[in-house]
Design a protein around this ligand. Structure first.
Ligand code: GLU
Length: 283
């Protein structure tokens, strides 16, 4: 018997849901329901500075209004920081993480001094400054209490796993190349003990997600997420990245497009069925 499909919708409570979120949620919900599988809801609220409890409550309310139901408890990431720390410790014990003391300004100066930096998914790649520090210097600076992030030594990590592939529903089997997309990506920020990439892959693994669905803006993340899964021996899902909804100006919707928030549409008298149709899911 084929294993049952498990999908999820994983918004961050940093604003009200808009039509683009509705599209993502409906996509994941429908894939699960059509296959008799499970649809999970997770709140990605690790960024304490940007997330708000009232937005979290509004997400649950808006999804229920839209007609979505989810299976089991809502997973709230901020309640699982101990688990993310354990992942960081496991990677660290294998020598795959290093402390990075650089400020943004120092990184920009270093890149300017080199003259160029390869561009990744989120901008110029980190030039590797702190990867070259000696163990003594790292220890001294940590002992002095200098704030530091933790970066993945991506080349060393890929060397540890060997070549990897991922299954993208639209593209088939794709080769995984996180180094050119993310370089030595930050897995724990100075001001935030775990990164989106770390938490999302850990949670998809513990929640048994078999099909990761999300907007095309997050397509590059597959490269890094597949690497983290291999390093941690987590089960490997398939991925589907759907197109993004765009506003009247042709730009993709963002939380700042207040008029297209589900709340605003509802207040303007739109029914849930109409909003589902606007998000691309009529009927
Ligand atoms: N929490 C992420 C966001 O809303 C999405 C995570 C994911 O689907 O992988 O931006």
């Amino acid at each position: 018997m084929a294993a049952s499909i498990v999908t999820r919708f994983a918004p961050s409570p940093t604003g009200f849901l808009h039509l683009g979120h509705a599209m993502s949620a409906l996509f994941a919900w429908r894939r699960a329901r059509e296959a008799g599988g499970r649809f999970l809801l997770r709140l990605e609220d690790i960024d304490a500075g940007r997330c708000r409890p009232d937005y979290a409550a509004a997400i649950l309310e808006d999804l229920a209004w839209l007609g979505l139901d989810w299976d089991g408890e809502v997973r709230v990431q901020s309640e699982h920081m101990v688990e993310y720390r354990a992942v960081l410790e496991a990677l660290s014990a294998r020598g795959l993480l290093y402390p990075c003391f650089c400020t943004r300004a120092e990184i920009a100066r270093e890149i300017a001094a080199i003259g160029h930096a390869p561009h990744g998914a989120d901008g110029p790649l980190y030039p590797g400054t702190c990867r070259r520090l000696s163990a003594d210097e790292r220890a001294t600076r940590i002992a002095r209490g200098e704030a530091h992030a933790l970066r993945l030594d991506t080349v060393a990590a890929m060397a540890a796993t060997g070549p990897l592939t991922a299954e993208e529903e639209d593209e088939g089997t794709v080769a995984v190349d996180p180094a050119s997309r993310f370089g030595d990506v930050v897995l724990a920020r100075k001001d935030m003990p775990a990164s989106y990439h770390l938490c999302v892959t850990h949670d998809d693994a513990v929640q048994g997600v078999t099909l990761v669905t999300r907007g095309h803006d997050l397509r590059p993340a597959t490269h890094l997420h597949r690497l983290l899964q291999a390093l941690m021996s987590w089960p490997v899902p398939r991925w589907h990245h759907h197109p993004l909804l765009t506003g009247a100006d042709g730009k993709r919707l963002a939380k700042r497009d207040a008029a297209l928030s589900l709340r605003a549409l509802r207040a303007a008298g739109r029914s849930a069925a109409e909003v589902r149709a606007l998000a691309g899911f009529p009927g």
